[in-house]
Design a binder for this molecule. Structure first.
Ligand code: B1M
Length: 234
């Protein structure tokens, strides 16, 4: 049998088979195939958010497990991340409703020492989709970078992301510095990232820990509304 006979035609697969195949393609870092899979699911009427969470994040979870277990290594994971970004780029404009009224402004970035940005990008994308203005500081942010941006941008929310147990304590450095400078009460501070939990969020003095991008949006909406109400009555 030739290679051609073995070639899988993504469009011929049913939804379940296609998502399974996308898990494999993400694992193998096949960006073009991921992009094709995303487009097929869109044509079949899938919601962009479902494609993101079920096909892309689902696939990245498998990659993460094998990375943890020493089956995959950094170069392979980088390729998988690149394939995921290809899929996310197609979904981004669909998740962002242009012309939605601005609900608030968020400065977001991954903390110092940490270069993981996929989850942070997803949060930024979903926040924009929900009508927030987002200033994305990228990765490896020192405390000064966050503070400068908050002031310059006149933001309501600070979002911090950390994926490493070694970098998550840096979030406390940022929050403590805000407090020392008398700026803490000016901002809603949301934190997220795979190694965090509710308890950690409370312990470092964040307003909330957000398990995922959808929770980040809901929490931001709720806390911004509460802040505005306090402003009116207080
Ligand atoms: Co890294 N890595 N990595 N990695 N990597 C993890 C995090 C790890 C858990 C893998 C593992 O061992 N299973 C492990 C950390 C272990 C630990 O700390 N205990 C790890 C390690 C060890 C490392 C290196 C140290 C490896 C090495 O060099 N030896 C190194 C660190 C480099 C550094 O940062 N200084 C490293 C490097 C890399 C790559 C560069 C290869 C690549 C990153 C590419 C990129 O981001 N551009 C990478 C990847 C891809 C991963 C895994 C596989 C996937 C992360 C991801 O993108 N997930 C990851 C394993 C895992 O998490 N399962 C792993 C998908 C993403 C959608 O989820 O980021 O959790 P997540 O975001 C979610 C929520 O957490 C939440 O919402 C998002 C969407 O729902 N959220 C927020 C995230 N940020 C938020 C901010 C908010 C709110 C919610 O603010 C309001």
């Amino acid at each position: 049998m030739s290679d051609e006979d073995n070639e899988i035609i993504l469009a011929d697969l049913n939804d379940e088979e296609l998502v399974e195949q996308m898990f494999d393609d993400l694992y193998d870092g096949m960006k073009e195939e991921i992009e094709e899979g995303v487009n097929i699911l869109l044509e079949r009427g899938w919601q962009p958010y479902d494609i993101l969470t079920k096909a892309l994040v689902g696939g990245m979870t498998i990659v993460g497990n094998d990375f943890r277990d020493g089956i995959l290594f950094v170069p392979e994971v980088l390729l998988a991340a690149n394939a995921m970004k290809g899929g996310m780029a197609i979904l981004k404009p669909l998740l962002i409703e242009t012309g939605a009224p601005r609900v608030g402004k968020m400065v977001i970035g991954t903390v110092k020492g940490d270069i993981h940005d996929i989850g942070k990008n997803l949060v930024a994308m979903m926040m924009e989709g929900a009508g927030f203005e987002v200033v994305d500081l990228g990765i490896n942010n020192a405390v000064e970078k966050y503070l400068d941006a908050l002031e310059t941008e006149g933001a309501d929310i600070l979002g911090m992301s950390a994926l490493l147990t070694t970098t998550m304590p840096y979030m406390k450095v940022v929050i403590d510095t805000l407090t020392e400078k008398g700026m803490r009460d000016n901002y809603i501070v949301l934190v997220g990232g795979a190694p965090l939990n509710e308890e950690f969020g409370k312990a470092i003095g964040a307003d909330a820990y957000c398990r995922d991008a959808a929770v980040a949006v809901e929490t931001a909406k709720k806390l911004v509304a509460r802040k505005h109400n306090q402003g009116v009555t207080g």
